[in-house]
Design a binder for this molecule. Sequence first.
Ligand code: ADQ
Length: 459
Amino acid sequence: MGRLIVASNRTAAPGEDRAGGLAVAVWDALAERGGVWFGWSGAVVAQESRGLRIFAVGAVDFALADLTGAEHAGFYLGYANRALWPVFHYRVDLAEFDDAAFDTYAAVNRRFGRLLHGLLRRDDTVWIHDYQFLLLGQELRNHGWQGRVGFFLHIPWPAPEVLAALPQHARLARGLAECDLIGFQTRRDVGNFTRYMVEQHGAEALPDGRLRVFGRTLRAAAFPIGIDADDVMRMAESTEARAAAHRLGRIIENRALVIGVDRMDYSKGLPQRLQAFGRLLDEHEGLHGRVNLLQIAPPSRETVDAYRDLREELDRLTGRINGDYSDLDWTPIRYLARGYPREMLAGLYRLARVGLVTPLHDGMNLVAKEYVAAQDPADPGVLILSHFAGAAEAMDAALLVNPHDITGTADAIRRALEMPADERLDRWQVLNAGVHQNDVAAWRRSFLAALDGMTEAVP
Ligand code: ADQ
């Protein structure tokens, strides 16, 4: 079996955060098979250095390219984060359609495609990740690459009516179709993708489930990503986890804890979540002084305006709710705009009676799975999960909510707080079994098995 070549915008090269589930999964796959992890170095440099930095870490070779300032602005901050991210998360209103940014996006995919192609050997398998590299497969083909190319999209594939708003959607779809296997988080994404290809590009569904489009045959399928559940369970019992739970526990005393943990992003439904908690307090005086919301949300992409606006909105909402309800010895919302080590998070998940995961749209949402895996099996908490998280497709033993329905979400929090122990346990056992069974190792194995099993790499 040939080498595995993974291409992703960020890698787990030394100095990067290697603790995330995806980093671990990709790392294991590369270590098992031998291979190369190709991507952006994270550095933004002057025009001169445009080659690859190649070095080995154990069995894994890294091949990293820098971005110039103009590339970083147009490709990453521009097209990827100001156009693709909002449209794919149904926020066409926040998207900025800038032709020049798209040109830079295409040019970076072209340059990275050339660099990546230079690394490839005949029997390698290429696995491209996410929305930054929708055109990378096509660039490899342009250089004559005929081997297998897989692609996995970590974010949702939106409904065709929404995607059609993106001026370059057809160009992107044409490029993506050069991949042999296109993996999505959910069946809903596969359905949206298939319908888009059929309606917009006349794709034909073949009897074996593959799609014939743009003169190529490809397969689209769902591979829901998981976490390293054993590792999260272990972390939740670590000294660091216990210390974090103890530190917070001293302050909240015997009040029930509701926890939210998210990258600060408008897709995560944070204002609606705070409003729902506010509504809970509006409607249930009996809960005053008896419940706390801990929201951890480290800012991300702060140079993009929409993210600065979100930060201000969250500051304002927290201030208002705390202003309305705080007492001498109780502040209802603790809002921490920073990241924490994963062990500490696991300890806080375990302490929390309720895990509140209410994105407006999310490819999967790993926090939902981490919350479940971190629970005390003898006394687990309750997961409240948005219908619009990819995770909801397989986690219907959670309390599922529509995050736009503020009253409905507030009711779900109350129900979770009052849930009898036997129901909590029943629901958690179902969720936990799924999280362990469909873990991140199962995800990468099933994707790579499907890709390896594709006999006709190129029609
Ligand atoms: P993200 O949008 O980043 O990922 P998510 O799946 O929730 O969202 O993963 C976030 C990760 O960051 C989790 O592992 C979480 O523990 C960690 N994290 C979040 N807040 C943190 C904090 N304050 N401190 C430390 N760690 C924190 C994208 C897609 C998702 C998809 C993943 C994986 O948007 O839908 O699930 O990729 O495919």
